[in-house]
Design a binder for this molecule. Structure first.
Ligand code: SAM
Ligand code: SF4
Ligand code: F3S
Length: 489
């Protein structure tokens, strides 16, 4: 997937760490080569390859970051596994809601037992949660079994940090903490190990400038930065040559792509450029902020034949009063108008959204406004969240935090409505033939495969393994709620 042989050979000429080049990414290739020597030696001593398990929490950004981390581990000689009793376990964390953090602390407790059985085991924590000072303090104080901590801005340094840890003679006594506060440079030219050979995420921008009042992401992912279009296009072309058919362009708000770049470009332009790349058959993107979804972009979505008829458009609330307090810069009416425009341009578009229940000050009337939009828009899927207080965000100190019992009640009512709409929507799809990108073997039904339609619906159907990675016609014969049963046409 990433030919690094030449670079690794080149780097062998360096003999000591002091010789490490200072420029990136050459410096990291130097450490990857050094690390590989250590990992190979230890694998030989052990009589089996050292194993590494990468566990991802959170969103698509983290999933893509994990592919970068796995790429580095693989190049350095680790065998990847899903078993957490591995020689190296890495948690790529999320902190968007409190329960995301609690999950990590719970799993760290379990790792302690594994480490007792395998004292050489290395435990690594990275990702958004590590950008929070309070979390780092807690890890220093209470989780001595954690060996390495790094943040969202220095993933590229992973090989260097791991090498330092592995060669440290007193490794059990030290905890490496390397967390930068913001980007110094975007280092992208490193190995990546894709989960699927035929589809891939592509970062087109990093960070977020929107500061929605409930959200911690801008504090842990830094300011918004777009990548130069030539780098993105080059990456997509390389992916296409490597067999990738579907790309997901990633950013916290892709609609503001291009701001701050020297070139004069916006997301609609970029979409058209990616659409022209041979070999790419499907394009998706996320996330889109409703305030920045321009007519020009809707036009581009309509014109570009490879752009899937599917959009995730987070509404958060249907109450204009709350949307203002959330700092979202649109009203209920703006949102409904936007959906109308989208449906006019792309009539069969499948829409998904995020809703937060229990934002501070949410009244029953506000909540009913949300329910009203859900009924009017009839989204194809809705991700529902109970508001979670994030220290450091403006909403955390707002008055009138909603009672947990009230939040729970509203959340249940919302889920019920969402479920009934989804049941009706899914029934409407039965009988149609859809193009499905076959992803993997069904892990429950022998002889079955699973894949996704261009509208991103999950379909299970009978078929041979050699179809994996291909786009095939599947007739939808039954709706099972969250997925469909289909048959090959
Ligand atoms: N940037 C994306 C956007 O605006 O569409 C989404 C970012 S966030 C990773 C995903 C979702 O988490 C948000 O759309 C929001 O619904 C939810 N979320 C963020 N902060 C939250 C909080 N404090 N409590 C509950 N849900 C939250
Ligand atoms: Fe968070 Fe808002 Fe940025 Fe999305 S747009 S990541 S919700 S601050
Ligand atoms: Fe979580 Fe970070 Fe994504 S906080 S949702 S993993 S950007």
């Amino acid at each position: 997937m990433y030919d690094n042989t030449e670079i690794l050979n080149e780097i062998k000429k360096y003999t000591s760490v002091q010789d490490a080049p200072l420029n990136e990414p050459e410096r990291q290739y130097f450490f990857m080569a050094k690390l590989k020597e250590v990992v190979d030696k230890r694998s030989e001593e052990k009589g089996k390859r050292l194993t590494a398990c990468v566990v991802t929490f959170g969103c698509q950004m983290n999933a893509r970051d994990s592919e970068k981390i796995s790429g580095i581990l693989k190049v350095c000689g680790y065998e990847l596994t899903e078993d957490e009793r591995a020689d190296l376990v890495l948690y790529n964390t999320c902190t968007v809601r409190e329960n995301a953090n609690l999950k990590v602390y719970g799993r760290l407790g379990r790792l302690k037992n594994y480490k007792e059985k395998n004292p050489d085991m290395i435990t690594v924590l990275c990702g958004c949660m590590m950008q929070e000072e309070g979390v780092r303090e807690k890890i220093k104080k209470s989780f001595h079994n954690v060996d390495i901590v790094f943040g969202t801005f220095n993933i590229y340094m992973f090989a260097e940090l791991l090498y330092m840890k592995l060669i440290d003679p007193d490794k059990n006594a030290t905890q490496i903490m390397a967390v930068k506060k913001d980007y110094e440079a975007i280092v992208e030219e490193l190995p990546k190990d894709r989960k699927y050979p035929f589809k891939s995420g592509v970062n087109i921008m990093f960070g977020c400038n929107n500061f929605c009042s409930y959200c911690i992401v801008p504090y842990v992912r830094g300011r918004e930065r777009s990548r130069a279009s030539k780098d993105i296009i080059e990456e997509v072309k390389t992916l296409a040559k490597d067999g990738v058919k579907e790309v997901m362009l990633l950013g916290q708000n892709v609609n503001s792509y291009g701001k701050g770049l020297e070139e004069d470009i916006n997301f609609a332009d970029l979409l058209r450029m990616v659409n022209d790349i041979d070999g790419i058959e499907r394009i998706r993107f996320m996330s889109s902020h409703p305030k920045d979804l321009s007519d020009e972009l809707i036009e581009a979505m309509k014109d570009c034949d490879k752009v899937c008829p599917q959009l995730h458009l987070a509404m958060q609330s249907g109450s204009s009063r709350l949307l203002e307090k959330m700092n979202r810069h649109y009203t209920k009416e703006d949102f409904i108008n936007l959906v109308e425009k989208l449906r006019k341009a792309v009539p069969d578009i499948s829409l998904s959204t995020d809703i937060i229940v229990g934002f501070p000050g949410e009244t029953e009337e506000d909540f009913l406004e949300t329910m009203d939009v859900i009924e009017k828009v009839r989204f194809n899927s809705v991700f529902t969240f109970q508001y979670s207080k994030r220290t450091g965000t403006p909403a955390a100190v707002m008055e009138n935090q909603v009672e947990p019992s009230v939040v729970k009640d509203r959340f249940d009512r919302l889920l019920k409505l969402v479920q009934s709409i989804s049941d009706e929507n899914t029934k409407d799809q039965v009988g149609f033939t859809e193009k499905v990108l076959v992803e993997e073997k069904d892990d429950k039904l022998p002889g079955y495969l699973t894949g996704r339609t261009d509208k991103n619906y999950l379909v299970h159907f009978e078929g041979c393994d050699n179809l994996i990675g291909n786009i095939v016609d599947v007739k939808i014969i039954e709706s099972k709620g969250f997925y469909y049963i289909g048959e090959l046409v």
